[in-house]
Design a protein around this ligand. Sequence first.
Ligand code: SAM
Length: 332
Amino acid sequence: MTLPSLQDKFGRTIKDLRISVTDRCNFRCFYCIPDENIVWKRKQDLLTYDEIVLLTEVAVSLGVEKVRLTGGEPQLRGDLELLIARLAKIPGLRDLAMTTNGVGLKRRASALRSAGLNRITIMCDSLKPDTFKTITRRDALQSVLDGIEATIVAGFRPPKINCVVIRGMNDDEVADFADFARAKGVCVRFIEHMPLDNGHQWDRRMLVGGREVLQRIQERHQLVPIDRDSPSETALKYAFADGAPGEIGIIAPVTMPFCGACSRLRLTADGNLRTCLFSMVDHNVRDLLRRGETRDQIAQFMIDTVLKKKAGHRINEPDFIQPPRTMSFIGG
Ligand code: SAM
């Protein structure tokens, strides 16, 4: 008998679940979250840890192998280590990762590792304190750099560093980030700016395409392509031709969309499944849970939701409509 799995109409199988554990964030990145007048979700609207664990168990029973905790800023959710310890014990879950801004990792990285977290991705959009502050609206570069070091010291695999490249703000630092990757032995992943900002001010002129990023790095360092770990991996990956440590990743959802190999499903902090960052519809699984529906019914709901996944994100189509939720409220 074939076990049910999460397959969409286009033959893509869902293996990755991204779980936002909170909508709150201590950064105010201009391309992501409003600077003020934010209405946070009420505590009772957020999924509890019991609910997150149950939903993850159901997802894993349907073939999900990787879970990534995100937000908002996941470290702001109280007692995150308790959730990690419970998720890490789910049989069949092969990989448990977290995307974070890195603040606070200096004192917390070891505890996260002991709890069972496998991998950490840390955002860092600039190596210059002033630019960092302009983008994130927080004076926190040193704390992020300390977090990167702490992750390595705690024995995690070298963290991936996410850098959103914005023309006129940090695009002059692309090659410096490549130097940083070499010096620290980390993978720096350059991400294209996507239309998910709060003010709906996204403008193609601010976008620095993945090819341009590569060209700028290659003016300083020769790169050689390396295989992706899996076809659904979002980043094109490169090593340094001279054998230096570190890697470069290019995540180009706008100029080189990778929807055809997408294996992701998202769960928002308030318990909605989303089939794509750019989808206009939320699928409320929290209320099903709270109505007491069985695991089988929840599983069927996940299966039906995945069948609604669209072929692609349509950013480049003339009729593209930006979703109302920003990245921080969906879970990046
Ligand atoms: N707080 C965590 C962090 O800082 O990584 C997790 C959430 S954050 C929304 C996840 C990632 O999404 C970050 O690397 C952030 O830079 C990226 N991001 C947010 N808005 C974006 C946008 N409009 N375009 C591209 N990347 C974006």
